[in-house]
Write a protein that binds this ligand. Structure first.
Ligand SMILES: NC(=O)C1=CN([C@@H]2O[C@H](COP(=O)(O)OP(=O)(O)OC[C@H]3O[C@@H](n4cnc5c(N)ncnc54)[C@H](OP(=O)(O)O)[C@@H]3O)[C@@H](O)[C@H]2O)[C@@H](O)CC1
Ligand SMILES: Nc1ncnc2c1ncn2[C@@H]1O[C@H](COP(=O)(O)OP(=O)(O)O)[C@@H](O)[C@H]1O
Ligand SMILES: [K+]
Length: 483
């Protein structure tokens, strides 16, 4: 089952559906115990609980209540706990009483030399950036890498929008985020701001949430299982032949990267059309490369666009390709032409996958992506009735029904020239193998991200290194030990 992320409204609906468990405080008790367990684990990992120091920053709502009850559990374990109340008159009354009874102290300023700071400023009820008092507290902390406390956010890092993941300024940057029952959009859309996300079961049922409130992520195992590999009855044609249209004799790089990625991603056959045919074959002799569409032979899907130019010949070729009833991935220069000629895809019935980065997205949509990337990508896919893959550290893939799959690359090594060409080749070959545009995009994005991490091992990479790591990444996702 893919991992589900919900909006704040959908989370609230699920909490309300829990009835008595919400009303009698059971949900909050479970949530706060979850926070305390994560903090205890962290303290044990670094020397034990007794005598360690935890500071709690408490806001005006139930998020602060969670933090105070967690502080009570910690205080009873011998942890020295202090709480700073940002809005003393609004602090959660039950939580505050429990905290004090357990031996916790309320302070006017956080002391130095804390081991952990718990961010209980706001959760899903928060709006906008941290207010000045909270900003001053977090701004004064020494970063963990310089010996400062680790920051554990309750539900989400305060100052980050629960639904859009917009990181306001200022906002908390957490090392660990503890959330309850189900992940929220923010945990994917602002993953780098959340640190490690720990999900605590509090006994709510979230399965009834509407698709419009849901954002999905495939697990590595799911991607590994769906990756097409040859079976006993397969031959080079039966697995789906992909046609790559990219690059030029003058700029062959995109052609070489995209067709190489198509070869690496699936077995079967890769065809190529373009003036860089000779250069492509010299790098990848298995590619069947020609100069014109008329000579190309049959394919089951096309990946078209990277470095192909935008002149009249390129436009005519793109028009021919999009007039077929085959699945087509359009990237880079292809997207520039589609943005200028929306009629190219307007009446397409066959699967269509557009793979813009933010700049190309703005050309297609007519406006910048903006801070709400999720809504932006959903709207464009709906408006154009195509699947849209919006690239970046968090890649979002929306299909025309509004369903969105997301992928956190986990690191940013792939932000290098030519990495998008590699993604096009990979996703194109998955389309040819019969995956839907959304699954092809999501599976390719995941393997691409793994490849970047494997290739980098801590040092910058170029797109050729990324390409060379595509096979090891697929192996890893499929759980195959190559040693
Ligand atoms: N219900 C349950 O059973 C469960 C709930 N759970 C927990 O409750 C959390 C939701 O609690 P919530 O709804 O009380 O809202 P919450 O996120 O604490 O913040 C809202 C308050 O903060 C304020 N405020 C707003 N923006 C601000 C800003 N930028 N900077 C500073 N302050 C700001 C605003 O007050 P104002 O000052 O505007 O009057 C408002 O009152 C949820 O995330 C989870 O942790 C769990 O225990 C599971 C069970
Ligand atoms: N900060 C980032 N972290 C992780 N991956 C990124 C980041 N920025 C871009 N990427 C990925 O790298 C690739 C870049 O594609 P693109 O912008 O089209 O580059 P190019 O046109 O040079 O090939 C995409 O797969 C994108 O998702
Ligand atoms: K918080």
């Amino acid at each position: 089952m893919p991992i589900r992320h919900l909006t704040a409204d959908a989370v609230r609906a699920a909490e309300h559906a829990a009835g008595d468990l919400l009303a009698n405080g059971t949900l909050m008790r479970r949530a706060s115990r979850g926070v305390a367990s994560v903090v205890i684990e962290e303290l044990r990992r670094t020397g034990g609980c007794y005598g360690r120091r935890v500071g709690i920053v408490v806001g005006a709502g139930d998020n602060g209540g969670d933090a105070l009850y967690a502080g009570a559990v910690l205080a009873r374990r011998g942890v020295a706990c202090v709480a700073l109340l940002l809005a003393p008159e609004k602090a959660h009354a039950g939580g505050l009483e429990g905290f004090r009874r357990a031996g916790g102290h309320v302070v006017g300023d956080l002391p130095d030399a804390l081991d952990v700071v718990i961010d209980g400023v706001v959760g899903i009820g928060g709006r906008g950036p941290l207010r000045p008092a909270a900003a001053a507290v977090f701004g004064a902390l020494t970063p963990p890498e310089d010996g400062g406390p680790i920051i554990v956010a309750v539900d989400l890092p305060s100052g980050v929008d629960a639904d859009t993941g917009e990181v306001h300024d200022p906002a908390v940057r957490a090392d660990i985020t503890v959330t309850f029952g189900v992940r929220r959009n923010v945990h994917l859309l602002a993953a780098p701001q959340c640190g490690r996300v720990r999900l605590v079961d509090i006994g709510i049922d979230t399965t009834g949430a509407a698709e419009a409130d849901t954002l999905w992520t495939l697990t590595d195992a799911e991607v590994g299982r769906m990756w097409p590999v040859p079976g006993p009855a397969d031959d080079k044609y039966s697995q789906g032949v992909v046609g790559v249209i990219a690059g030029s004799a003058r700029y062959p790089g995109a052609a070489i990267l995209a067709s190489g990625a198509a070869v690496a991603a699936t077995s079967g056959m890769t065809r190529f059309i373009g003036s860089a045919a000779e250069e492509v074959v010299s790098h990848h002799p298995e590619v069947v490369a020609v100069h014109t569409h008329a000579d190309a032979g049959r394919v089951q899907a096309w990946a078209v666009g990277p470095g192909m130019g935008t002149d009249d010949d390129a436009l005519a070729l793109l028009r021919d390709i999009l007039a077929t009833d085959l699945p087509v991935l359009v990237d880079a220069d292809g997207l520039t032409m589609v943005a200028a000629h929306p009629d190219l895809v307007a009446d397409r019935a066959a699967p269509t996958l557009l793979t813009p980065h933010a700049g190309e997205f703005a050309r297609l949509a007519g406006s910048e992506v903006g801070p709400d990337r999720l809504t932006a990508v959903r709207e464009l896919a709906h408006r154009w009735q195509v699947t849209v893959l919006l690239k970046g550290r968090i890649t979002l893939i929306a299909d025309p029904t509004g369903a969105v799959l997301g992928n956190d690359a986990g690191a940013s090594w792939a932000s290098t020239a030519g990495a998008g060409d590699v993604l096009s080749g990979m996703a194109g070959s998955l389309l040819a193998a019969g995956l839907s545009p959304q699954l092809a995009g999501a599976a390719a994005a995941r393997a691409h991200a793994h490849a970047a991490v494997l290739a980098a091992r801590g040092a910058p990479i170029g797109a050729s290194d990324l390409l060379a790591a595509v096979r090891p990444a697929i192996r890893e996702l499929r759980g195959v030990d190559a040693s």
